[in-house]
Design a protein around this ligand. Structure first.
Ligand code: TYD
Ligand code: MG
Length: 444
């Protein structure tokens, strides 16, 4: 084989992994027909499927995202950037599981046992009952799991493990895949549930562990900014539950605390100032109110700045184009900054209108909703034709905003009329509803 450093497929360096090829060729299917006994397919009705009871981690938001707790023998990948709280949340989960009578094991490849103990001290006495192993050798870890047969194991992190006979540094694709395959095999064989912690690069992809996503039963993503206190946990993949649920946490001195009513937190801080609106967003099955802020300034650059936090940058470009073309809000020579407060990320198209109205408010230097005493709530997807499109759960979004005294809510016209909703069919109508005194460029 020729030496190749760059993958001809994806153009990346150092992503190629040496693997052993199984001999095929001579004979092929014909040989198979003669030598191997055929399998026997069974009607699914006759397949026995046990209803397993799940292991509750005792952290409500985590259990909800998992779909009701950890399935015994399952493999969970927990991704997040350094410092976000992966070791903290897994440490807390093991503490609760151990206290509830399940045997646990915390394998740390990153920190010494004494460092792990110092964190556990912050989390409380139950965390000190968890058994820990500071180890990076895959063979030793597998042997320990085999000998101890705990119910739940945390591997923190998968990028630190290595198998001695494989060349390739810990964290390389080959080592990560090898470690995960061996752990997955052990998990199924010994019925041990495992949480594999994985670091995420700045771009948001699981570095290395991307190759693991198909191998594990569940992929959890821990988001937020290190400097802020709020963290969101969502399932990107879940063989045993929905992928739409989101858990909200706050980092405190005694570990992560669940934010059971995120709307109350986020809305309390929203002021209704210029450039601020409240989005009634859906996080899984739960409506959550989040504040979206924008700042618009004349630009000194040839290409004006577009700075976003918590939304997709391309989405902002699209929203600005729709605002310019269909709302008469031109921003071609302005810097635009958009920020979702609290370190929350908006992943749904229903957030478009909130971004548009926050930007329009900033550009006009006028509070959305007219008064400025309380924030304006809204939701809806913007179409490229300037229409405001229907998004799911309009009734629950409106009810959540009304609960916090935000009434009416600007949103797309739905199937049934909702008392707290000011329906608008286009972005133009929404701008007029949000800025009632202003005729100016939006007057039709
Ligand atoms: P950590 O769980 O170590 O993050 P990760 O494993 O994802 O890298 O914790 C991250 C930060 O949380 C760390 O800077 C310290 C802080 N922290 C608290 O604020 N309170 C606490 O009780 C704990 C345990 C950590
Ligand atoms: Mg850690």
């Amino acid at each position: 084989m020729a030496w190749t450093g760059k993958c001809p497929g994806c153009g990346e360096w150092n992503t190629l992994v040496e693997t052993s090829a199984t001999a095929t060729g001579a004979g092929g299917p014909a040989r198979k027909r003669s030598g191997v006994a055929a399998g026997r397919p069974v009607a699914l009705r006759e397949v026995s499927a046990e209803r397993v009871s799940r292991l509750a981690t005792g952290i409500g938001e985590l259990d909800r995202v998992l779909g009701g707790g950890i399935v015994p023998g399952s493999l969970i990948l927990l991704g997040g950037s350094p410092g976000i709280g992966k070791s903290t949340i897994t440490g807390m989960a093991l503490a609760n599981l151990q206290a509830a009578g399940a045997e646990t094991l915390y394998v740390s490849g990153e920190e010494s046992a004494s460092q792990v103990r110092l964190r556990a001290e912050r989390l409380g006495p139950a965390a000190l009952e968890v058994r820990a192993l500071a180890e990076t050798s895959l063979e030793t870890i597998l042997a320990t799991i085999e000998a101890e047969k705990p119910a739940v194991v945390v591997i923190d992190s998968i990028q630190t493990l290595h198998r001695a006979e494989l060349n390739g540094a810990p964290g390389s694709v080959g080592q990560v895949r090898e470690a995960a395959n061996a752990l997955a095999e052990a998990a199924k064989r010994l019925d041990v549930a495992m949480i594999l912690v994985g670091h995420v690069t700045k771009e948001g992809s699981l570095a290395g562990p991307r190759v693991l996503e198909h191998l594990v039963d569940c992929v959890l993503q821990f988001d937020g900014e290190k400097e802020r206190t709020y963290r969101t946990l969502r399932a990107i993949k879940n063989r045993f539950g929905a992928t739409s649920e989101v858990g909200v946490f706050e980092m405190r001195s005694g570990g992560l605390t669940e934010v059971v009513d995120p709307s109350a937190r986020f809305v309390e801080e929203a002021t209704g100032a210029v450039g601020s609106v409240v989005l009634t967003s859906m996080e899984g099955t739960r409506p959550v109110l989040v504040e979206v802020q924008a700042l618009v300034n004349p630009s000194e650059l040839e290409i004006p700045r577009r700075v976003v936090n918590g939304i997709d940058r391309n989405r902002l470009s699209m929203i600005l184009a729709v605002l310019a073309r269909h709302g008469g809000v031109g921003l071609g020579t302005s810097d635009v900054f958009v920020n979702v407060i609290g370190g929350v990320r908006i992943d749904e198209p229903g957030g478009d209108l909130a971004v548009a109205l926050a930007v329009a408010s900033a550009q006009r230097n006028q509070p959305a909703g007219g008064t400025g005493s309380k924030p304006l709530a809204c939701f809806g997807e913007l179409g490229l034709t300037g229409d405001l499109r229907y998004v799911g759960h309009a009734d629950r979004r409106v009810a959540e905003a009304n609960k916090f005294g935000l009434d009416p809510v600007i949103g797309p016209p739905g199937g049934d009329s909702l008392p707290g909703l000011a329906p608008c069919a286009t972005v133009r109508q929404a701008l007029r509803a949000a800025f009632p005194d202003e005729r100016g460029p939006v007057a039709v």
